[in-house]
Design a protein around this ligand. Sequence first.
Ligand code: SF4
Ligand code: SF4
Length: 311
Amino acid sequence: MNVIVSDRRFSDPNRTADGQPRAHVALRQLKTLWLNTGTLCNLTCENCYIESSPKNDRLVYLTRADVKTYLEEISVLNLGVIEIGITGGEPFMNPEILAIIEDCLSAGLKVLVLTNAMKPMMKCATGLLELREKFAQTLTMRVSVDHFDSALHEEERGNRSWAPMITGLKWLSDSGFQLHAAGRTRWGEDERVLRKGFAELFEAQKIRIDANDAESLILFPELDGSGEVPEITTDCWEILGVDPDDMMCASSRMVVRRKGAADPDVVACTLLPYAEGFGFGPRLADSFTTVALNHPHCARFCVLGGGSCSG
Ligand code: SF4
Ligand code: SF4
């Protein structure tokens, strides 16, 4: 993703380039804690927002011990977290993923796992079935199905990526998991056309997903980082009619483990895993502060675009 940032814009967390007060977002309540299990992935998708691939290990595997520390902090500080979101990379590449999921579920939290449902997930099939037996109501799997047309799905994900995904999706459905899908709107169809196409696919494949339900089938706009965007000032909320509490960073944080770092880092949101100035250090409690909207993504995807990618 190419992001164009001119020298003075998006540099001062408190002031925009023309000296106006920069917009900030306060964390209202930590409802969702995302765990980035590592950026390694079995695929190299064309528009992966986190640039995952079989070689990208900028974010290394989060460990079970790391996650236990955060679960303890959630419990001890009574943070009121409702859900753990698990993302990557492909989470099932992480060798401790099943134990991580189980620990989160055993802590009484809902867990949403994002996966491409291919070989790495199927290698964990036995362990996943055991988790479903114990936590059928609180474990949800969300599979990326970029488009209902196999050729367009493979345009994004590469050759021979469709059939293994369908195998994994059907297995999850047949095995009784709570199941969602995530598609993309990058090919420009009307939402009704997309939902109809997905409904036909799910019916033909006997997959238990309601394509007309916005949560069961979430459709993501493309995160195109090219071109300049205006900086967001404190006046913008009223001018644009946007509520800062609706930004992802008002209700969530993400834990990442950077390659070579001694500890994990809590970052503002899933959209900015690499950006400087959006990390709060290893403790969740230290992330309970405001976020300066000091990155083009803040303007482009959140305030102006209304997108929240993995959210
Ligand atoms: S499967 Fe997901 S994480 Fe992996 S490259 Fe594709 S979009 Fe990125
Ligand atoms: S990209 Fe969006 S969610 Fe992330 S810090 Fe900026 S405004 Fe908040």
